[in-house]
Design a protein around this ligand. Sequence first.
Ligand code: NAD
Length: 271
Amino acid sequence: MSEPMKIAVVGCAGRMGRMLVSEVMSREGCVLSGATDRPGSDFIGMDAGVVAGKGESGVIITDDPAPVIAEAQAVIDFTAPEATEEHLRLAAQAGCAFVGGTTGLNETQKNAINLAARHVPVVFAANMSVGVTLLGELTRKVAKVLGDDYDIEIVEMHHRHKVDAPSGTALLLGHAAAEGRGVDHDEKKQAVRDGHTGPRPRGEIGYATLRGGDVVGEHTVIFAAEGERIELTHKASARQVFAAGAVRAALWTKGQPAAVYDMTDVLGLKD
Ligand code: NAD
């Protein structure tokens, strides 16, 4: 029997962080080796398992990520873009595999993923659920088959606390559609419609963002033509699906060469 993999969770007091701690504690083949949250957080000094509602883990939450990442074999990060950038740098320095789910990264922060991936395996995905990973693959395939007389619209809804729009998952689906169609996503993206917009330009990839209540995450990709409409929908009702995918990704990094990966690699879906 090999030793359980040491996994650290940064941002462990957040909505996702708590789920991740709970998942690492209950999954076989891994052990929680460290946990952090932002400086000034009320949870510093508390047991990460207790904060996650899972009982004592023996891991005390700190606000100093460097030793926590140095001690771990993989670190899981669902925090905020600036924090993720810093954690990527620390993981690369320490030789620690990185699994990231933070959304809303700017270009510099996205580039930090590529820099870290020169040194360690980095799995990054705007949505870590098995269902959305499959939805992305289906979207790519359907977009490839259907020409641009099918208008692509992506509708998403999330809870009222979400800070970025469209969601990282909606953008992931838009990129999959653009890739399937063989077009440049950013050229075709239309995320804002207001006032007299004129008729819909052919080939546009449209986004509609809904926010409210406690919705965990719902996404529909619509292919609409004259006379018919195809809709592909995913509804997440519990954050646990993202945490389960992230821990699966962390375990998968063992023995992988340094590179950027996504969930299609982890699930073995790459063509
Ligand atoms: P949240 O606000 O509940 O949690 C974020 C946590 O990170 C907080 O505890 C915060 O204190 C902590 N944090 C912030 N800066 C930090 C720092 N410098 N060091 C350590 N901890 C720090 O948010 P959430 O709902 O858990 O979402 C977090 C991120 O994950 C968002 O970007 C969200 O869009 C993304 N997300 C991704 C997926 C996916 O599958 N990829 C799923 C759900 C959420």
